[in-house]
Design a protein around this ligand. Structure first.
Ligand SMILES: Cc1cc2nc3c(=O)[nH]c(=O)nc-3n(C[C@H](O)[C@H](O)[C@H](O)COP(=O)(O)OP(=O)(O)OC[C@H]3O[C@@H](n4cnc5c(N)ncnc54)[C@H](O)[C@@H]3O)c2cc1C
Length: 308
């Protein structure tokens, strides 16, 4: 029986682990992929205080090492079922079932899909949701990035050094990203013979190819004109959503599926906490994920004092 099981080894979970281990709690971390979460696949981070610029993978390693040096116990498994209403909480994974007095959910958020026919068929065969992870496969190739937020701008900038041609397709007339990234991208697009082409008011309607993605059909939503683009890669960056399906009916979620907590990271169930991007909140960043993790860990300590 653990004092605390933390699910998710992103910045929220790892910060919570550091705090809990320093408070001498007996904890288990469950992670389905790799430590670091979204940070591990981010190229450069320039807004995490203390580091003018740090590579995401380096920050992920630093966070993980800090926790492991304190004695972090981690298993790599997918948390599948949550029996968390009673005093003893049970988490069923694909690698065993674990019991704890408290649970901290740091599940983060995932890329939304386009939901166009053949999308799944071409994942890993032209379609990617992470330019930093897969950009290298598209050296000197033609790619398209779909989306109008910070991630799509970051993807386009990352791909700029690699790809031969980059289309940026956005369904609205204006981008929804920070000015600095937008300026960088539009400056590149305005260069003569630029390899960046911005296509606004347009959506991807069709994905074509035999064994791999070969072309996409886009439609101008104002004129209804369509255009075929020959592309080797399509990077989908249209936002993120939490993977909280198994928690439906157990925890209070907002309409998007984000977990509702109070400012101390308490969910509607005693002894169950949520921190980081998975939580209903206004700013999803590394620093806010870390802050949530620290607060959640202190809330866990206070809860344990009362139940022990
Ligand atoms: C491309 C990109 C660039 C970004 N750039 C910046 C930036 O410059 N600055 C900044 O502050 N923020 C940036 N962010 C946002 C930042 O990375 C996130 O806000 C932060 O990582 C959230 O941390 P988290 O711990 O809440 O979640 P995550 O980092 O998403 O970690 C969640 C972890 O939980 C695991 N998990 C989920 N479900 C399960 C399950 N059922 N079982 C086991 N494990 C599970 C996941 O595998 C993952 O490792 C960026 C994000 C992206 C995608």
């Amino acid at each position: 029986m653990y004092d605390l099981i933390i699910i998710g080894a992103g910045p929220a979970g790892l910060t919570a682990a550091i705090y809990a281990l320093r408070a001498k709690k007996n904890i288990l971390m469950i992670e389905r992929m790799m430590p670091g979460g979204q940070v591990a696949v981010t190229k450069n981070i320039e807004n995490y205080p203390g580091f003018e610029r740090i590579n995401g993978a380096d920050l992920a390693v630093k966070l993980f090492e800090q926790a492991t040096k304190l004695g972090l116990q981690i298993i790599f498994a997918d948390a599948l079922e949550y029996d968390i209403i009673g005093k003893v909480k049970r988490i069923k994974t694909n690698n065993g079932t674990f019991e704890s007095k408290t649970i901290l959910l740091c599940l983060g958020a995932y890329s939304k899909q386009l939901e166009v026919e053949n999308e799944q068929k071409f994942v890993g065969k032209g379609i990617s949701y992470c330019a930093t992870c897969d950009g290298n496969f598209f050296k000197n190739k033609t790619v398209a990035v779909v989306g109008g937020g910070n991630t799509s701008m970051e993807d386009a900038l990352y791909l700029y050094d690699l790809a031969k041609k980059i289309y940026i397709i956005h369904k609205h007339s204006k981008f929804r990203c920070d000015e600095a990234s937008l300026n960088k991208v539009t400056t590149l697009a305005k260069k003569s013979n630029s390899k960046v082409e911005i296509i606004l008011n347009s959506v991807v309607k069709k994905l074509d190819g035999t064994d791999k993605l070969e072309s996409i059909l886009i439609e101008d939503i104002l004129t209804k004109n369509t255009r075929d683009l020959d592309v080797d890669g399509l990077f989908i960056a249209i936002g993120r959503k939490p993977d909280t399906e198994p928690l439906k009916g157990i925890l209070s979620l907002d309409e998007m599926g984000y977990i509702i907590t109070d400012e101390n990271m308490n969910t509607n169930i005693a002894g169950v906490y949520a921190a980081g991007d998975v939580r209903h909140k206004t700013l999803r960043q590394i620093i806010t994920a870390c802050a949530d993790g620290a607060i959640a860990s202190v809330s866990v300590n206070n809860y344990l004092l009362n139940v022990q």
